[in-house]
Design a protein around this ligand. Structure first.
Ligand SMILES: C[S@@+](CC[C@H](N)C(=O)[O-])C[C@H]1O[C@@H](n2cnc3c(N)ncnc32)[C@H](O)[C@@H]1O
Length: 259
C-alpha cells in the first residue's frame, strides 16, 4: 500500500481500509494527488457527468455554486450545511460517506464536525471536481478525509460500512436512481441516517424540456413524490422530502433496521 503526494494524513487510508470493497483480484492503488482512484476503467460517463469533469467547469461550479443555488431558491450554503448536519445527526467520531462530493464543500464541513476521531469519505466520478476537493482538503489541513474516485452505481465500499450518508446535489445525475439508492442502502448500517438532494419537480412525471434533458443528457428532474417512494423502496424508512424553490428537493431517511 503506497501513498503518493496525498494531502490527507496517510493514516486515513489505513483507517478507511476496512470500509473499502475491491473487485476480486484488484490491488489497492496508491493515493495519487490526494485521490484514491477506484473507478472502473470501463465506466462510461453520461453527457452531464462529462460536462462537469473539465478543469473549467469544475472551477466554474466551485466559484458559482453558492450564487446559483440562491437564484433557484435554495438556502445559502451555511444554512444548507446546518440542515444536512441536523438531518444526519452528525457528531464527533462519526464515519460519513459524502457521495457525489464534487469539489468537497460538504466533505470539508463534515470533516470539521466529526473531528479527529471521525472520518469522512468523499466519492465522486469526476477527476476535475476531486482535484478541487483535494486542494480544499490540503488548504484547510483536514487530516480525516479520504477522497475516492468511484461510481455511485457500483460503490467500492463494504456492506454496512457507514452510519451517516450524504448525497448533496447528486441524485439528478444518476442514470439509474434506483440502483444508486440501492447502493446507498447496501453500504449503510442498519439505522444509518441519509440526507440527499437534487434537481426535482413537484409534478408526477418529467415532461417537455425536462424530458428532453433527461433523454439527451441523463439529467433528471426527479418527481419529488417518486423520489420518496424510491428511497423507501431501496430500504429506508422515515422518509421525508421537501422542495426548496421550484427546482430542487431535499430528502432524509433512516436505513431500515431489518434488511
Ligand atoms: C452538482 S455536483 C454536487 C457537488 C456537491 N455535492 C454540492 O452539493 O455542491 C454533482 C456531482 O455528482 C457527481 N456525480 C455524478 N454522477 C456520479 C456518479 N455516478 N457517481 C459519483 N459521482 C457522480 C458529479 O461528478 C458532480 O461532482
Amino acid at each position: 500500500m503506497t501513498t503518493t503526494q496525498g494531502p490527507s494524513n496517510p493514516d486515513v487510508l489505513a483507517r478507511a481500509r476496512p470500509l473499502l470493497r475491491l473487485a476480486p483480484g484488484t490491488a489497492l492503488p496508491p493515493v495519487a494527488d490526494g485521490i484514491l482512484d477506484l473507478l472502473d476503467p470501463a465506466f462510461a460517463p453520461t453527457a452531464t457527468q462529462r460536462s462537469l469533469d473539465t478543469v473549467a467547469t469544475a472551477w466554474l461550479y466551485d466559484v458559482m455554486r453558492d450564487r446559483i443555488v440562491r437564484w433557484i431558491g435554495m438556502p445559502a450554503f451555511a444554512n444548507e450545511v446546518h440542515a444536512v448536519v441536523e438531518r444526519l445527526g452528525l457528531a464527533a467520531g462519526d464515519v460519513v460517506l459524502d457521495l457525489a462530493c464534487g469539489h468537497g464543500n460538504f466533505t470539508a464541513e463534515f470533516a470539521r464536525r466529526v473531528g479527529p476521531t471521525g472520518l469522512v469519505v468523499g466519492l465522486d466520478i469526476a477527476s476535475s471536481m476531486l482535484a478541487r476537493a483535494a486542494a480544499r482538503v490540503q488548504r484547510e489541513r483536514l487530516d480525516n478525509v479520504l477522497l475516492v474516485r468511484g461510481d455511485a452505481l457500483a460503490l467500492p465500499f463494504a456492506d454496512a460500512a457507514f452510519a451517516k450518508l450524504n448525497c448533496s446535489g447528486g441524485l439528478h445525475q444518476m442514470p439509474d436512481l434506483a440502483r444508486a439508492l440501492a447502493e446507498l442502502a447496501r453500504v449503510a448500517k442498519p439505522g444509518a441516517r441519509l440526507a440527499a438532494s437534487g434537481l426535482a419537480r413537484t409534478g408526477a412525471d418529467e415532461d417537455g424540456v425536462r424530458d428532453w434533458l433527461r433523454r439527451r443528457f441523463a439529467l433528471h428532474f426527479v418527481p419529488v413524490a417518486r423520489l420518496a417512494q424510491a428511497i423507501e423502496h431501496a430500504g429506508f424508512e422515515q422518509v421525508e422530502t421537501r422542495m426548496a424553490g421550484a427546482w430542487f428537493a431535499y430528502a432524509s431517511a433512516r436505513r431500515r433496521l431489518d434488511p
